[in-house]
Design a protein around this ligand. Structure first.
Ligand code: ADP
Ligand code: MG
Length: 713
């Protein structure tokens, strides 16, 4: 089944059509299998909702005993319905579902929303029922939404399809929601409703056994009426499928996403309540990042950003013009805007000259433009017009306090008029007393005019920050992974084959270093020897000072056990150190690694770990023996492109150390970027590599060199 879905998806992406889900989102005739006359049952509420929301198609309650339900003629079976049906709700006990899906197939129904629970989330027996109905669905080409789900809503007045048992009736708008959890989906829908933000489509698909979240996201991506997508998930059944879709859709329109289960405890709760797949939790953030999704930790901020996206254009840059009629809030807003990476540039002479003419004498002419509390509609208007013309301004932030001695409605009308030109995004922090009727009127003018209004300067500034972030994501071109042609795959393959034959989990040092050399990852000059005499000649060949390391399969962290001696300057020191190690490590396979001593560099780490269903994660950060303490590392999903490798360097906390501080040298960053990409290529070429660790890589001004490495297969 997974493969059919994927093929469908590829077709959808390639042909740019998604009619397959039209029967779900744009139904013309809906059967409610399990319709009930009991007021408080799902089979009744769905009919009530469809009628209440003004569904434009036909409703067919299916019930073996009742002649009508909620005044609508009911039929004993779907076969008794004289017309075609494109969508069915199934609200009957799970054990009857496989047969009903077979019937739906025979009747020619194209999509089925299974509201009933009692499937994969209920263990083996439920899983068997799920497999049984899926087999029947496949036989007839019926697409399944759910089971154990709410359903869908299409607010387009052409359909008014409220195929759901929830209780929020949104006005039509441009935000579409896809949520795995019905509870979260419903409260996001309610929050948008409370913010007076219109909705386009809604889908909450529970166990998501057939129609997947990515498929829905793809559908929204192609829906012209959807301006922004809100996504809530608790894990990905198939992360790669999701990434393929998200990458394409996020270029077209913003995807605002939240994933619960970031903590281990949260992940457990998610896994047990929807039967979804946890275990890719740390990786979700990386998936969002790689695919250009706007990721949120806070559902309220997500809804507030959605409000801005629903009416505002995307800014073309980070430069904000601020208009305010009160001082303090502009300061707070500035702090938030700047921390979101935005700037408040000075105004041009042209702008200042105009404002000198149009503003009240008390006004402050600059950025922010303080029109002062006595400023009215024409003052706001002139400030807005000026900022719209400024080439150095990309978006506008307004603080509007409803001073009782001004015509606040006139201010609102002027803001709305400029807003409706949609030249640059406008965000408004609207400070008022909403219990006064007078200001309710002002507020309504702003809302009806599509001006996103917020109750706090920080909240408003944050929403604008997200619009800007989307601009950044949309303009970010991660490029294709570099393919280094100078690598030796054949030799690497042989080394790995040998290691597999020896049944080894960890490769030995010479195997590891040979693989690194094959992939042109610079390593310190080294020899592996068995006795003092060979050690001395090796050290002389490499050149003192050297580092001595004990080599044995049983030694993982050598320095912990006293297996590393650095800065050995001569043969005498070397033989003493070897004698000590021989006493300390009474193991049969003891050997010695003699390595060039490379003092004075910055210790870095690069590595790889594998994530189920997702592939390799590449790691980079500050390394050395304190890596676990500092934890200054970042991950990305392989394959890593040059841009991504560069971003890895700039996103660690200690980034400044790489540039050099306090008279210390920086490190050769381009070489690190290359090493990260070469590692990414290595593990992509050889997916059997489970883990890899170059720690430390020592960074100097003009080179970076690995001095310790481990590979696990
Ligand atoms: P392990 O990680 O098994 O303890 P390493 O080979 O990473 O052993 O060595 C531990 C530490 O010794 C490194 O973090 C580094 O500080 C230092 N070190 C090891 N090899 C070298 C070298 N060739 N030049 C300079 N310092 C080294
Ligand atoms: Mg090490």
């Amino acid at each position: 089944m997974e493969t059919t879905l994927l093929t469908n998806k590829e077709n959808l992406i390639e042909n740019n059509v998604s009619h397959e889900l039209d029967s779900l989102f744009k139904p013309k005739a809906i059967a409610i299998i399990g319709a009930s006359s009991k007021e408080l049952s799902i089979g009744n509420v769905i009919i009530k909702n469809l009628v209440h929301y003004g569904f434009t198609g036909k409703i067919y309650p299916i019930n073996p005993k009742e002649p009508e339900i909620r005044g609508i003629k009911a039929y004993p079976t779907i076969f008794d319905v004289p017309d075609d049906i494109d969508l069915a709700h199934v609200i009957i006990p799970s054990k009857f579902v496989p047969q009903i899906i077979e019937d739906c197939g025979k009747k020619g129904i194209k999509s089925v929303i299974i509201n009933s629970a009692g499937f994969s989330e209920m263990g083996e027996e439920g899983m068997a029922l799920q497999n049984a109905f899926l087999a029947n669905a496949k036989k007839y080409g019926v697409r399944i939404f759910g089971p154990n789900c709410q359903g869908i809503i299409n607010c387009d007045p052409e359909y008014n399809a409220y195929c759901d048992f929830t209780f929020t009736f949104p006005k039509p708008g441009s935000i579409s929601i896809a949520a795995l959890s019905g509870g979260v989906g419903a409260f996001i829908m309610q929050s948008l409703f409370d913010l007076n933000v219109g909705m386009r489509m809604y889908a909450s698909n529970g166990n998501a056994c057939d129609i997947s979240l990515p498929e829905v996201v793809n559908y929204y991506g192609e829906d012209e009426g959807t301006k922004a997508i809100i996504l809530y998930t608790e894990g990905f059944h198939n992360p790669k499928e999701f990434m393929d879709v998200a990458k394409i859709v996020s270029k077209k329109k913003p995807i605002l996403a939240m994933k619960a289960g970031r903590t281990e405890e949260g992940a457990k709760a998610a896994a047990s309540h929807t039967g979804s797949l946890a275990g890719v939790d740390i990786a979700t953030e990386l998936i969002f990042e790689k695919t250009g999704i706007l990721s949120f930790n806070n559902e309220e901020e997500m809804c507030q950003a959605a409000m801005a996206f629903s009416t505002q254009p995307i800014p073309k840059g980070n430069r904000v013009g601020i208009i305010t009629n009160t001082g303090g809030p502009a300061v707070i807003a500035t702090d938030e805007l700047v921390s979101a990476g935005m700037q408040i540039p000075a105004l041009s002479e042209r702008a200042k000259n105009i404002l000198k003419e149009t503003m009240l004498p008390e006004a402050t002419i600059g950025n922010p433009i303080d029109v002062v509390a006595t400023g009215g509609g024409k003052h706001f208007r002139s400030a807005l017009d000026v900022l719209m013309e400024e080439e150095t301004i990309d978006s506008i932030y307004i603080n509007f306090v409803t001073a009782p001695f001004t015509d606040t409605d006139d201010v609102a009308r002027n803001i709305v008029e400029v807003n409706q030109l949609k030249r640059k995004p406008i965000i408004c922090n609207f400070m008022t007393n909403m219990s006064l009727e007078r200001f309710q009127v002002t507020s309504k003018i702003l809302q009806d005019g599509g001006v996103p209004c917020y109750g706090f300067p920080t909240t408003a500034a944050k929403a604008l920050g997200v619009l800007y972030k989307y601009h950044v994501l949309q303009s970010r071109n991660i490029g294709e992974p570099t393919q280094f042609g100078d690598v030796n795959k054949v030799s690497t393959e042989n080394i790995l084959l040998n290691a597999k034959k020896e049944n080894k989990e960890f490769l030995n040092s010479s195997q590891v270093y040979n693989i690194l050399s094959n992939y042109k990852i610079p390593i310190a000059d080294y020899r592996i020897v068995n006795n003092i005499n060979d050690a001395i000649s090796a050290a002389e060949a490499i050149g003192f000072p050297i580092v001595l390391k004990a080599e044995s399969e049983s030694l993982v962290h050598k320095s912990d056990a006293g297996g590393v001696v650095v800065n050995i300057k001569n043969a005498k020191e070397l033989s003493e150190s070897i004698e000590k190690m021989e006493k300390k490590f009474a193991v049969d396979d003891l050997q010695f690694l003699i390595q060039k001593f490379l003092p004075g560099g910055r210790e870095l780490i690069a590595g790889v770990s594998i994530k189920k269903d997702l592939g390799h994660l590449i790691l980079f950060g500050l390394g050395g023996i304190y890596v676990e303490v500092l934890k200054d590392v970042v991950f990305k999903i392989a394959q890593v492109t040059e841009l991504e490798a560069t971003e890895m360097l700039t996103s660690i906390k200690g980034f400044k150390l790489l540039d050099g501080i306090r008279g210390q040298d920086g490190v050769d960053k381009q070489s690190i970027v290359n090493i990260i990409q070469r590692i990414s290529q290595l593990v992509t070429d050889f997916p059997e590599i489970q883990e890899m660790d170059l720690n430390p890589i020592i960074g100097f001004k003009d080179k970076v060199i690995a001095v310790d490495a481990r590979i696990k297969i």
